[in-house]
Design a protein around this ligand. Sequence first.
Ligand code: DAH
Length: 338
Amino acid sequence: MKDQILLVQNDALAAIAAAPDARSLEEARVSVLGKKGSLTVLSAGMKDVPPAEKGEIGQLLNSARTAITAALDAKQADLQEIADRAALVGIDPTLPARALPAGAVHPLTLLRERAVGILRRMGFALADGPEIEDEFHCFDALNTPADHPARNAKDTFYFDSGKLLRTHTSSVQIRMMEKCAPPLRITAPGTAYRRDEIDSTHLSAFHQLEGLYVDTDVSLPDLKGTLEAFLREMFGADTAVRFRPHFFPFTEPSFEIDVKLEVKGQAPRWIEVAGCGMVDPAVFEAVCQSRKDRAYDPEKVTGFAFGMGLERLAMIQWGIRDIRLLIENDVRFLRQFA
Ligand code: DAH
């Protein structure tokens, strides 16, 4: 039995050493270690070995198996290395890799993320709402009368169903107040749609960033302080900001906000960036009716709201003269922001 074991071991090691490829190596393995392999058959003979010799024979069998397995592994590694080398013939793996062009975010995305980040640090949570809206959320609840020009079919994209593409992100104010009781502090970036002729300052699909803050004692100085701080963080600490009285149906008082744009070699100009104001009590009343509770009782809560045009902010930030550059996807333009 001892001799047989040594014989099987030597034969196996010789067959392994001689195997020219993976297939013959596998054949060698099966012929020794497989179900009917020579070593397997020998091991099965253990049961007939006299008890006194079992220890020694067992050890021999084990060391044969270990030696054969190690030889198989080593040979397999050798064969693999040979195959790898063959695969590399004619290829220089030390050459530097070909550079993959790196993508970058669109300038509007960049700007939106910065704006949302600043507002998040001021406690405004991210919110959104549908782009296909109904007249209630886009207009009625925002205190916009039926004969207001913004509701005109000439200015707004209506569907046959009576729904429409939202003309501003202010509809998200209503959606969020319906869902959440005050205090509420949200910002909602999103797309808005108007039937405008496209030119250097108008797109028919554009982006806005809405904001709303409602609590028991929100006041005009809160609005002013928050938006000034926001704009200075966006455009630099010495950015001049001015609030001009204006009219919006959903705020009272209402303002438009201008930022002073100072470009070298040009006279400074005031550029309008946002609308804002104190939420009109009529808006809170509409929300109460829709919620069927008094959570937004205008006698108890006050709030401010604002909406800015993201394209506008981008044009100011980077001195972009034509808004259409932001949707044409010309990489020569976009690459400058990468
Ligand atoms: N929705 C207005 C627009 O599209 C912008 C705006 C003005 C939003 C005043 C507001 C606001 O939240 O308070 O022109």
